[in-house]
Design a protein around this ligand. Structure first.
Ligand code: ADP
Ligand code: MN
Ligand code: MN
Ligand code: MN
Ligand code: MN
Length: 335
């Protein structure tokens, strides 16, 4: 007998990479082999030397196909054995290993927007729906669009064994969120990428697409972010390290270095009018959802816990945001 392995990888599309996948039939019990693909079709090679290599790094049950079938997340390599330049996971591996003794963990809140044709799910054919106000965590057919897809996606993530920790309807109609974590840096990022693939794949069967675009509707409509919650063991045990981490993220040059790599279209979302401080300002505060970095109120009460970086866009690469935060905060905490 045989099983189907869906090899998934991240391509070289700029400014925001896309997920790609293809299926390999393997004999029962056979190990997952390295595989290849045509990099000239994914912005990962020129036509004259287009072979690129897929190296399996994370696997889980395939909840779409069921049975013994697998989803297989891969890193992309060149044929000379070096990581491809689009392979941001290879960079995170090094940083995660270096700071593993501090036991960093992340919970990432993935916001996204459903589209049917060229408009968000729930938007009328002409004009706009009622202004924002009732949609966030709403209930009822006048406020909620796509719940059947969201529920199916949640079930699929659970069946795959992913560390998904919740879902909620968001501020704009057709906009939703799921959370992955808390998990170690590589785990949260791998599982978020697979959860994204499952989102697209699940919605596909409903004739709906999902986008991670940061500002899918211009004007007075919320953007889509990927709040990144972070702690180290020391932060989970005391308050001084919480402040050290917040200060480290605001040190000279750091806010811009981070924000530039927090996803494409960051200026369109971090205007200062909606979810967070403007992209070119850095501010942290307790319970402050207008700040760049929020210390949750119960963290201040208990004098330990975690911080929330509210700046990353929905389309951020989780391998990049986790690497930057671990590097910046754990370097400061090491001192
Ligand atoms: P919000 O109130 O900002 O909407 P959510 O409940 O959507 O918050 O997401 C909070 C995320 O923070 C969850 O993914 C949760 O697992 C994660 N989290 C909780 N505790 C920690 C911690 N100590 N370190 C890192 N992440 C954490
Ligand atoms: Mn072919
Ligand atoms: Mn949330
Ligand atoms: Mn949210
Ligand atoms: Mn949040």
């Amino acid at each position: 007998m045989s099983y189907k392995a869906e090899y998934i990888w991240i391509d070289g599309t700029a400014p925001t990479a896309k997920l790609r996948s293809k299926t390999r039939i393997l004999a029962d019990g056979a190990p997952l082999p390295d595989w290849g693909f045509d990099g000239s079709s994914t912005n990962q090679a020129q036509g004259h030397a287009s072979d690129r290599v897929l190296k399996p790094v994370f696997r889980c049950p395939d909840p779409i196909r069921g049975g013994d079938h697998l989803l297989v997340l891969c890193e992309v390599y060149n044929t000379d054995g070096t990581p491809h330049e689009s392979n941001t996971r290879a960079l995170l591996r090094q940083v995660a290993e270096r700071f593993a003794p501090q036991e960093p963990i992340f919970g990432i809140e993935q916001e996204y927007t459903f589209f049917e044709g060229n408009r968000p799910l729930g938007f009328p054919e002409n004009g706009y729906p009622a202004p924002q106000g009732g949609y966030y965590c709403g209930v009822g057919a006048d406020e909620i669009f796509g719940r059947e897809i969201v529920e199916k996606h949640l079930d699929n993530c659970l069946a795959a064994g992913l560390g998904i920790s919740g879902i909620n309807a968001e501020v704009m109609p057709g906009q939703w969120e799921f959370q992955v974590g808390p998990l170690a840096p590589l785990d949260v990022a791998d599982q978020l990428w697979v959860a994204r693939w499952l989102l697209y794949r699940t919605a596909e069967d409903f004739g709906v697409s999902a986008t991670l675009e940061a500002k899918p509707v211009k004007g007075d409509w919320n953007g889509a972010g990927a709040h990144t919650n972070f702690s180290t063991r020391a932060m989970r045990e005391g308050y001084d390290p919480i402040i050290t981490a917040c200060e480290a993220l605001g040190a000279d040059g750091k806010p811009l270095e981070h924000v530039k790599q927090y996803g494409s279209g960051i200026e369109s979302r971090l205007t200062g009018l909606h979810e967070t401080a403007p992209w070119d300002e850095y501010r942290y505060g307790v319970s402050d959802r207008g700040a760049s970095v929020r210390i949750p109120w119960q963290v201040e009460v208990e004098k330990k816990g975690y911080i929330e970086d509210r700046r990353p866009n929905a389309n951020v690469d989780p391998y990049v945001v986790t690497r930057l935060i671990v590097d910046t905060c754990c370097t400061a905490l090491e001192r």
